[in-house]
Write a protein that binds this ligand. Sequence first.
Ligand code: 3PG
Length: 410
Amino acid sequence: MPIKMLTLEDVELEGKRVFLRVDINTPIHPETGKLMEQTRLEEAALTIRDLSKSKVVVASHQGRVGRSDYTSLEAHAKILQEILGRPVQFIPDVFGPNALSEIDSLAVGGVLVLDNLRFTAEENHEYKPADAEKTFLVRRIVSHVDACVLDAFSTAHRSSPTIVGFAGLVPTSAGRTVGRELRMLDRIVAVEKGPYVTVLGGAKVSDRLEAIDALIANKRADKVLLSGVVGLVFLKAAGKLRGEIGIEGEQKFTIKARQLMDDDPERFGLPIDVAIDVDGKRKEVEPLAILGQAKVMDIGAKTVERYSRFIKGAGTVFMSGPPGAFEYEEFSNGTEGLLRAMASSLGTTIISGGHLSTALRKYGIHDQIDHISTAGGALVQYLAGKRLPLIDALERAADKWGSSGVNAIR
Ligand code: 3PG
């Protein structure tokens, strides 16, 4: 069903101060501290460009408290400046006096990036809209802006203050990323068919387990092909991997994986071979042959072949998280192999997240996929048929500001 929301064209934004909530949360290299790709920054730039006659306050979270990717947005602002080709200001503050006075002195065409929203306590919690409106974060910022643009599709599943708190207070419209994602997903949901194959990799085990639950509940995961760290958890739960994987929450995850497989063992595909790192070189072995603390870096050739058959025979395939450490040439076979299978599948193909999008570009098969989404968890929730707080906020805003957008802006 089409979503009722305002677009950038529906609200008079010229000369106005616009709070632009994007999601430029990006994987950070744990050793160098550098951003590993810039897909979400490129997406955000599309909306910022279309707001060139406004005064734009860019806001985003980055990482999660306590994790190595929980960093400032200073480097993001520099990259955004390069992408946009015009000055982007950064302020190491979110809603303190310095940030507010920089917002006040923005000129038309100016772009100011606030620091990581999660540096504030309130942004780390989820709220009902009426309570979000009362947070200090929203109350302080809202009195210095005229309008809000919500463009953080990949954070659409979090009812944090900056996602749900502005829509009732200032005219709020959807940015280009939200528009593009919803248009594409609407089309896909209208034509897609089973069997539904889900291919999950990467290191965010708890997110992947949640995704499996949600997709199974919505009958969107007839087959779940596992790789990456989440694949190791399932291998361990199945008794096909010895020793510790060495991740936080390992025991809890393994128990959950065991339960899922007990409920329906046929649903899950586990790696039959993996590639380990032996002095920087790739060596493919059966998981059970791994003794001690070997570093598993990729899935092996037999697994790629087996998974590719399922991918090619699917009606709809959804892939999230890379199967291996594709940033190292030696360990990119799994990621390349499965992405090529996606590209040649006759089914509807959806790929989630910046890592895989970067890999697709690297292999030059970017345009052979039906939809490449910037989102991870939010996309899963959407595909699983859940209501997303950001979309609710846009619908409320359309009801409240729809007919009076221009006049309502201060
Ligand atoms: C994501 O990368 O999925 C979004 O930025 C949301 O991040 P979160 O899962 O830490 O809320």
